[in-house]
Design a protein around this ligand. Structure first.
Ligand SMILES: [Zn+2]
Length: 139
C-alpha cells in the first residue's frame, strides 16, 4: 500500500465495497462515518446495521475531523512491517461519537486531549514514514 496514492482507484484497490465511502473520504482528506437514520448515532467500522440500535438505515456523512484521544500506548515491539518505526504511539480517539484506532503523531499526547483525523497526503505529512492511510495528529 502506498502512503502517497497516485489516484483514488489505486487507493481503493482491495477495499471492500462496504467500506469504500470511508476510504474515498480518507483519500480526499475527509472523515466519513455511517450515521443511523433511526438513532442518528455514528458508527465505525463500516457495517450493514447500526451498532447502537440494529437499524439498517445507515448513510454516509462527513463528520468533524477534530476528536478526542481516549487512550494511547507507545509501541516498542511491533509486527515486522512496522518494526523499523518503533517507538511509535497508537491510540483510540472519538470522532462524532464513533471510536477509531490509529497511529498518533506528535509529542506528549494525553487522554481526552484534542486530536485531528489526518488522512491521505495530510497523513503522510503528519505521521512521517509510517505506512498507514490515516492517523491522528495532536491538535
Ligand atoms: Zn441506530
Amino acid at each position: 500500500m502506498s502512503v502517497h496514492p497516485g489516484d483514488m482507484d489505486e487507493f481503493l484497490n482491495g477495499r471492500s465495497l462496504l467500506s469504500r465511502p470511508f476510504w474515498a473520504g480518507c483519500f480526499e482528506g475527509m472523515l466519513r462515518l455511517q450515521q443511523c437514520g433511526r438513532c442518528q448515532l455514528n458508527s465505525f467500522v463500516p457495517r450493514l446495521n447500526c451498532q447502537h440500535c440494529g437499524a439498517s438505515e445507515l448513510a454516509w456523512t462527513e463528520v468533524d475531523r477534530t476528536g478526542s484521544l481516549l487512550t494511547f500506548s507507545t509501541v516498542f515491539m511491533a509486527p515486522p512491517r512496522f518494526r523499523e518505526f518503533v517507538p511509535y504511539t497508537v491510540g483510540i480517539a472519538n470522532f462524532g461519537g464513533a471510536q477509531l484506532f490509529g497511529v498518533v503523531a506528535g509529542e506528549r499526547p494525553y487522554c481526552e486531549g484534542p486530536v485531528v483525523f489526518v488522512s491521505g497526503r495530510d497523513a503522510a505529512q503528519a505521521l512521517g514514514p509510517i505506512p498507514v492511510p490515516f492517523g491522528f495528529a495532536l491538535a
